[in-house]
Design a protein around this ligand. Structure first.
Ligand code: ATP
Length: 516
C-alpha cells in the first residue's frame, strides 16, 4: 500500500475521533465520559500533525513549468545568454541567414517603416547535437534579448487545458520581457500532425500555439524558434507562412566545421604538440558537434585523471572511444568461450569492412565497453551526402558479418548480433520504404501504406538482409585465414589498430574493395 494511502487512513480515523471528542465537550456521548482534557488535546494534536504530514506528501500540482515560474515582477531579465555567434563554429550559411532576424531585433523601426513583415517563427531541424539550441541562444546573445527555453514535452500533460495555459503564460512572459527569443525544443512533442491520434490535450496545446503565433503584432519584437529532429511529423498548420515559415536544416558538421568545433572546444585547454586538430577532425567523420564537444571535455578529464599537465593525442583517442563506444568495464568477468566468440564476431566485422572498403577501421577491440563485449571503431573516409544502393548493401553486409563469422566458426549463433540486426534492418527498411530500392517500386511508401501492408514490406526487407547475410558468409569463407589471424591477435592482445590490420592484409596479399 502506498505511504500516503496509509497516512490518509489514519488521518480520516483521527479526524472522526477529534470531531466526536469536540461534540462530547458540549453534549456528553455515552462511552466517552472518562476521556480527560489531556487525552482530547493529544488526539487533536495528532490529527493536526497527520494533516500537515499528509499535505507535505501531496504538494499542490504546479501549473507552470519551472522556467515560467520565476518571479514575474522582479523586472530584470534573468535569461540573457552570454553566447554569441563566435561560440558557434562552422554553420556559416545559417549564421548569415539569421543576420536579418538579428537586424530586425536590433532595428525593428527600419523594417516597420518599410511595412516589412519579419518572420515570427524559425524552425531548426536536423539530427541531435548539431547546435540548434546553441544557435538559438547565440541569436538571443547577439541581440541582447531574453532567452526563454521550453521543451515541447513540458507542455504535454494529461489534464486538458494545462498545456494550452503553459503556452499562453510563455508568450505573455516573452511579450513582457521583449525583445525576446522563445525557444521550443522538441517541438514535435506538441506539434505533430493532429489527425495521427485523438489526443485532445495535445490538440488544444497545438491550437493555442497557433493562436499565439498568429496573435503577435508587428510591435512585438519576439521571435519564436522551434527545434526538432523530425520535421516530417509536424502539422502542416504549424509550417505555413506566418508561422514557422523559415525552415533551416542544421546537419552534422563537415570536415572544416569539425575542425572549427574542435578548435572552439579546445580553446581554453592546454594541448601538447602531439595534437593535430585537422587530423582529429578527419578521424571523426559523421560525429555531431555535441559529440565533438564531449570528446574535447573527456580528453581533458582523462588528462587530469592521469595527473598530466597537457592533453596529448593519447587522451583524445581514449576520449573518442569513450564517447563512441561507452565506458570501459574494469575487470570484466567473461568466460573464455565467450571471449572467443566476441573475438571472431569483431574480426568478422573488421574483415568485411576492410574487404568492401565501407569505412576506415581505426581499431578493433574485445575490451567490453558500455553494453558491448567488443567493438570495431570505424569512420567513413570522407563526408558523404549521397550513398549508392551498393554502398548501402555493403553496410548491411558489414553489419551482418559478425554473426556470419560466428556461424562459420562455431556453427552456432549468439545474441551478440542484436544491435547489428537492428541497424541492418533499419537500413533495409529505408531502402524499401524511402529510397525506392526494392521490387516494390521506385517510390516512397507512406506510413499508412506501411501500416496496412507490412507483411509485403517485411518480405522485401528480408530479401535484402538474407542476400547480404549470404554475401557476408561467402566473404568470411573465402578469407578464413585472415579471420583467424585477426581473432587470434585479438585474443592475445585485446586490441588491433589500423596499421596492424593493414599488415595482416598485406601478409595475405588481400586488397580491399572486394568485388563479388
Ligand atoms: P538536440 O537536437 O539533441 O536538442 P541540439 O541540436 O540542440 O541538440 P545543442 O544542444 O545546441 O544541440 O548542442 C549541444 C552542445 O554541442 C553545445 O552546447 C555545444 O557545446 C556543442 N556544439 C554543437 N554544435 C556546435 C557548433 N557548431 N559549435 C560549437 N559547439 C557546438
Amino acid at each position: 500500500m502506498k505511504k500516503n494511502t496509509i497516512v490518509l487512513f489514519f488521518l480520516v480515523f483521527s479526524t472522526i475521533t477529534s470531531i466526536l471528542l469536540l461534540i462530547n465537550c458540549f453534549w456528553p456521548i455515552a462511552g466517552l465520559e472518562y476521556i480527560t482534557r489531556t487525552d482530547r488535546l493529544a488526539v487533536w494534536a495528532i490529527t493536526a500533525i497527520l494533516f500537515i504530514y499528509y499535505r507535505s506528501l501531496n504538494p499542490k500540482p504546479q501549473l507552470a513549468p519551472s522556467m515560467l515560474a520565476v518571479e514575474k515582477d522582479n523586472g530584470k531579465a534573468k535569461d540573457k545568454p552570454d553566447v554569441s555567434f563566435k561560440d558557434v563554429a562552422g554553420l556559416e550559411e545559417i549564421k548569415e541567414e539569421l543576420q536579418e532576424t538579428i537586424d530586425f531585433m536590433i532595428n525593428p523601426e527600419k523594417y516597420r517603416r518599410m511595412g516589412a513583415k519579419i518572420p515570427k517563427g524559425i524552425l531548426f531541424y536536423g539530427p541531435p547535437g548539431t547546435g540548434k539550441t546553441l544557435l538559438a541562444k547565440a541569436v538571443a546573445g547577439e541581440t541582447n534579448s531574453t532567452f526563454l527555453y521550453a521543451s515541447g514535452s513540458e507542455f504535454v500533460e494529461k489534464y486538458v487545458g494545462v498545456g494550452a495555459k503553459r503556452v499562453r503564460t510563455l508568450f505573455e512572459k516573452a511579450k513582457k520581457e521583449a525583445p525576446a527569443i522563445i525557444f521550443i525544443d522538441e517541438i514535435d512533442a506538441i506539434g505533430s500532425r493532429r489527425n495521427q491520434d485523438s489526443n485532445n490535450e495535445k490538440d488544444q496545446t497545438l491550437n493555442q500555439l497557433l493562436v499565439e503565433l498568429d496573435g503577435f503584432n508587428t510591435d512585438d519584437t519576439v521571435i519564436v524558434i522551434g527545434a526538432t529532429n523530425r520535421i516530417d511529423l509536424l502539422d502542416e498548420a504549424l509550417l505555413r507562412p506566418g508561422r514557422f515559415d523559415r525552415h533551416i536544416y542544421v546537419g552534422n558538421p563537415n570536415l572544416p566545421a569539425r575542425e572549427q568545433i574542435l578548435t572552439v572546444h579546445t580553446k581554453n585547454k592546454p594541448l601538447d604538440e602531439t595534437i593535430d586538430i585537422k587530423a582529429l577532425a578527419k578521424k571523426t567523420t559523421g560525429l555531431s558537434g555535441a559529440q565533438l564537444a564531449n570528446i574535447a571535455n573527456e580528453a581533458a578529464i582523462i588528462a587530469v585523471r592521469k595527473n598530466k599537465k597537457h592533453i596529448s593525442i593519447e587522451e583524445f583517442e581514449a576520449a573518442i572511444e569513450r564517447v563512441i563506444a561507452g565506458l570501459e568495464l574494469k575487470n570484466p568477468n567473461i568466460l573464455e568461450k565467450e571471449r572467443k566468440v566476441v573475438a571472431f564476431h569483431e574480426a568478422g566485422h573488421a574483415l568485411v569492412a576492410k574487404l568492401l572498403d565501407t569505412e576506415i577501421v581505426q581499431k578493433i577491440s574485445i575490451i567490453p565497453r558500455g553494453q558491448a563485449l567488443g567493438y570495431v571503431l570505424k569512420f567513413p573516409d570522407e563526408d558523404r551526402y549521397l550513398l549508392s544502393q551498393k554502398e548501402l548493401e555493403d553496410k548491411i553486409t558489414t553489419l551482418l558479418a559478425g554473426r556470419a563469422a560466428e556461424q562459420v566458426i562455431f556453427k552456432e549463433i549468439t545474441t551478440g548480433a542484436k544491435d547489428d540486426l537492428k541497424k541492418a534492418t533499419s537500413i533495409a527498411r529505408e531502402m524499401v520504404c524511402s529510397y525506392g530500392m526494392s521490387p516494390l517500386g521506385t517510390l516512397a511508401l507512406d506510413e499508412y501504406y506501411i501500416k496496412y501492408n507490412y507483411d509485403t514490406i517485411r518480405l522485401e526487407i528480408k530479401k535484402i538482409t538474407d542476400r547480404n547475410y549470404g554475401r557476408a558468409l561467402e566473404l568470411i569463407q573465402d578469407n578464413l585465414q585472415i579471420l583467424h589471424t585477426i581473432a587470434e591477435r585479438l585474443l592475445e592482445k585485446e586490441t588491433i589498430d589500423s596499421q596492424e590490420l593493414d599488415l595482416i592484409f598485406k601478409k595475405y596479399q588481400r586488397t580491399t574493395n572486394y568485388a563479388m
